[in-house]
Design a protein around this ligand. Structure first.
Ligand code: AMP
Ligand code: MG
Length: 488
């Protein structure tokens, strides 16, 4: 394990043409202090966890001094925000400190979010509030714990610096780790500026870094785009199966590697509602929970336009056609496992669809229902009271339960094995908004213990964690249907 000054930087993005970024250093945060440190993320980059205790650590990630070998820069990108093209975005409040090679030689970007203004800040302050860094920090680990591809976070550095949002809050910075921070919008900006050589260079860069097996192939660009389409479909299928709404699926928030990136007003569904909108500024419900799969394809179509100088129209067409099937397969596969089914049957999609309708109608808590379904009793006389009472009208459950029972017996399902399978995909603990809010409220009073507790719990969400059952409870009245603002 390396000391901070021993991290091996390899700044590949800084070697791309200057048009791709602006080189600049972070603006130091006032009175920086460590809010939370994530040892699991440190391991990814081979960083000795005890380094977090040294003052140099907070100085480096509070923006005061640079880690040795870092070549900081703000990345340029553009993107479609709520459907409209915005020609100039970019890292407005983040800086790519540099890229570190992990123990296995894999590349990790160290991205400092909340690092002060950059040429892409568009008049905003370049800061992030403690509240939003806590949410991003915890959700990255929560989704990773669920097996969903995501960026991670190494630490949060707090500060006494005031930041004005709807109210005055304190500034903080988050060190985000990702194999890449290239977004759909990174391609869009060069395409729209008719800088076609840059589009090609960016595509070849991403392929060289992340899809080396496609490098130099005659159809390498087409296969790359197909891979992005497939990964995006699978990602969104996982979000859907786990009841996760990203909230702001603008093309600048879409990772070229199919990772969850840029956590804002995201939310996990409590009572199942396909129309769930977690962002209170999303008046039209563009990014409502049930719109996310279609938005994924819409966003890929924008990326296809940006790649249109590299791909033939038929190549674009056939890559985009991969999306619906990749989505449907990944979703069906996960939902089948959530129901404890080992075999595939044509009627399974129906069984899932009917269940979702009942969950919605009966105002049933999504994660709690699936976790409890692991204890479903198949015996003919069993009423499965625990499950029934979750529904507004318990009798609604019975007809579905009868079909589910029949389906289980069709494949000779064995209860213990089924429960083990189900418990490995139906989390006991999810980052409900109220849990995040509790951690934030305490953190704003400089008590960071709740962040650490949630970090540990959510990194292993399928285990029982005896004594922590309160964290699996449905939200209290104040925490129901929390809607969040985009301001962060
Ligand atoms: P987001 O919706 O958080 O992904 O942000 C959209 C764009 O606005 C990105 O280019 C951000 O860098 C930029 N941005 C968001 N908040 C700020 C801020 N406080 N200061 C400067 N830029 C910001
Ligand atoms: Mg963003």
């Amino acid at each position: 394990m390396a000391k901070l000054h021993e991290l091996r930087f390899d700044n590949t993005y800084a070697r791309l043409p200057p048009a791709f970024y602006s080189k600049l250093a972070p603006t130091p945060l006032a009175e920086p202090h460590l809010v939370s440190f994530n040892p699991a993320a440190a391991e990814l980059i081979g960083l000795d966890a005890s380094e977090a205790e040294r003052p140099e650590f907070v100085e480096a990630f509070g923006g005061k001094s640079l880690p040795r070998g870092a070549e900081p820069l703000a990345m340029l990108y553009a993107g479609h925000q709520f459907g409209a093209y915005v020609p100039q975005l970019g890292d407005g409040r983040a800086i790519l400190l540099g890229e570190v090679r992990g123990p296995a030689g894999d590349k990790w970007d160290l991205h400092l979010k909340g690092s002060g203004p950059t040429p892409y800040s568009r008049g905003f302050d370049g800061r992030a509030v403690l509240r939003s860094t806590v949410r991003e920090y915890l959700c990255g680990e929560a989704l990773h714990g669920l097996g969903v591809p995501t960026t991670r976070a190494l630490c949060i550095v707090g500060s006494s610096e005031p930041v004005v949002r709807e109210r005055v809050e304190s500034a903080a910075a988050l060190v985000r780790l990702s194999p890449s921070h290239v977004r759909f919008g990174t391609f869009e900006v060069f395409h729209r500026r008719a800088q076609h050589a840059h589009v090609r260079q960016l595509a070849d860069y991403v392929i060289g870094q992340h899809f080396p097996e496609l490098s130099g192939l005659p159809d390498g660009h087409a296969r790359f785009f197909s891979e992005v389409a497939t990964r995006t479909a699978r990602l969104i299928a996982m979000w859907q199966a786990h009841g996760f709404a990203h909230g702001v699926m603008n093309t600048d928030n879409m990772s070229i590697l199919g990772l969850t990136i840029d956590y804002g007003p995201f939310g996990f569904i409590d009572d199942f509602d396909p129309g769930y909108v977690c962002n209170h500024s999303d008046y039209a419900g563009r990014y409502a929970f049930d719109q996310q799969p279609a938005v994924g394809l819409w966003n890929l179509t924008r990326l296809a336009e940006a790649l249109s100088t590299l791909l033939a129209p038929e190549q674009i067409e056939s890559a985009l056609q991969l999306y619906p099937a990749a989505f449907a397969n990944a979703y069906a596969d996960l939902m089948r496992r959530k129901l404890g089914l080992r075999e595939e049957r044509p009627a399974d999609a129906q069984l899932v669809a009917r269940l979702l309708e009942l969950l919605q109608r009966g105002h049933v808590d999504y994660p709690r229902f699936f976790r409890a379904l692991g204890d479903f009793q198949e015996a003919p006389g069993a009423t499965n009271e625990t499950l029934r009472v979750m529904f507004d009208s318990p009798a609604d459950f019975d007809a579905w339960a009868a079909d589910y029972r029949a389906r289980l017996s069709e494949e000779r399902s064995e209860p213990a094995a089924r429960k083990a399978l189900m418990d490995s995909v139906n989390p006991k603990y999810v980052l409900r908004n109220y849990l995040a809010q509790n951690a934030i409220t305490r953190a704003e009073g400089r008590d960071y213990s709740e962040i650490q507790r949630l970090l540990e719990l959510l990194s292993d969400p399928f285990a029982e964690h005896p004594g922590m059952e309160d964290y699996a409870a449905p939200p209290p009245a104040w925490g129901r249907g929390l809607v969040l603002s985009c301001s962060s």
